[in-house]
Design a protein. Structure first.
Length: 197
């Protein structure tokens, strides 16, 4: 008889706290909005927190935190409010994919190489989804593929900057944050699947 894993109070707290940190980082730790032909963008440190959530807390908890925190920011800012539903899904998938890879083989976000692969995979997932959406919307509006790609170039440049910064910071912070949580005595509650290691 297998025991079904339930979403615990600690899981809800993790999602809530990480979503709040993602929201705050998006709000305060950014440059922008920067106007581009396909809408405003920004350089922000919140992507690092989205990836970090996936690495530390797994795909589902990290994905929910990343998606909810990012979407709440969009809903609070008139420049981004229309993209909130996409943001919810795209950032969920970014952290979910990162968490999936970082937790392969029972490593649970403790292996630096898997964390790096996870951060890259999650960031690339977001990049493909985000620019696929932008190009598709331009194509549906009557633009040619070449014109749509050119229109997205500026936004793509800033997204690549966000990707590199997010990957580097999240991979560096993951072991430090995990160790701090364990030393604070939260390991057994936050990482029950890995004996708080």
């Amino acid at each position: 008889m297998t025991q079904q894993k339930k979403f615990s109070t600690y899981d809800l707290v993790i999602v809530g706290v990480m979503a709040a940190l993602v929201f705050a980082a998006t709000f305060f730790l950014k440059i922008g909005p920067i106007p581009t032909p396909v809408g405003p963008t920004q350089i922000k440190l919140a992507n690092a927190l989205c990836l970090l959530a996936g690495m530390l807390f797994g795909g589902v908890r990290g994905g929910l935190a990343a998606g909810i925190g990012s979407a709440l920011f969009d809903l609070s800012n008139p420049a981004f409010v229309e993209s909130a539903p996409y943001t919810l899904v795209f950032f969920f998938l970014m952290a979910f994919v990162c968490g999936l890879v970082a937790n392969l083989g029972g490593k649970h976000g403790t292996d630096r190489k898997l964390n790096l692969l996870g951060a890259l995979a999650g960031s690339l997932t977001y990049l493909v989804l985000n620019f696929g959406k932008k190009i598709l919307l331009l194509l549906l509006a009557g633009s040619s593929l070449q014109a749509a790609a050119v229109s997205c170039a500026t936004s793509f440049f800033f997204s690549v900057i966000n990707m590199v910064v997010g990957v580097v910071i999240s991979v560096l912070l993951a072991p430090v944050c995990r160790q701090a949580l364990v030393q604070a005595g939260l390991g057994p509650k936050l990482f029950p699947h890995h004996n708080a290691a």
